[in-house]
Design a binder for this molecule. Structure first.
Ligand code: GDP
Ligand code: MG
Length: 168
């Protein structure tokens, strides 16, 4: 039987929770001081989506995003994308359109989801919900909200992308 493998890139400013999201989804764990495993480009997990077994390869960066130094190899062959920002970091929200452009320049139009992480930190939220919805509409991306810490919404992000990829 044909196995479907999808490369998913996760982009956004540093500290929004990208590595934590990958670790949560692929290993089921969460730590406050997550350090990328040196030498590992991606983690993977297989899930069933619409009756198909889909292998998702989630590509992480080693912090190059903070120096705007992600290489073309990171994006090469990506099938889907997560644009991530943090509820508590206004700059990370404002940077989303430029992250979208970078992905588009390297990958063209691929299924992409906008993700607001750290929704457990409601009191410190600096992004108005309507504004976030508007940005999602402007970019043509569904907006999903997650708390990687509390394990809320993470599965939905990857199910949504896998399903989009299967039906395109
Ligand atoms: P990256 O730089 O985007 O890869 O971000 P990291 O995954 O390294 O996460 C940065 C920090 O945010 C770490 O201390 C994480 O534990 C923390 N973090 C990640 N997700 C959440 C979340 O949903 N809620 C809270 N409160 N903290 C989170
Ligand atoms: Mg990271």
């Amino acid at each position: 039987e044909l196995e479907i493998s999808l490369k998913v890139v996760i982009v956004g400013n540093g500290a929004v929770g990208k590595s934590s999201m990958i670790q949560r989804f692929c290993k089921g764990t969460y730590t406050r001081d997550y350090k990328k495993t040196i030498g590992v480009d991606f983690l993977e997990r297989e899930i069933e989506v619409d009756g198909e077994d889909v292998r998702l390869m989630l590509w992480d960066t080693a912090g190059q995003e903070e120096f705007d130094a992600i290489t073309a190899a990171y994006y090469r062959g990506a099938h889907a994308c997560v644009l991530a920002y943090s509820s508590t970091d206004r700059d990370s929200f404002d940077a989303i359109p430029s992250w979208k452009l970078k992905v588009e320049n390297e990958c063209g139009e691929i299924p992409t989801v906008l993700v607001q992480n750290k929704i457990d930190l409601v009191e410190q939220c600096v992004v108005d919900p309507d504004e976030a919805e508007r940005l999602g509409r402007a970019l043509g991306c569904k907006l999903l909200r997650t708390s990687v810490k509390e394990d809320i919404g993470v599965m939905s992000v990857f199910r949504h992308l896998a399903s989009r990829c299967l039906h395109e």
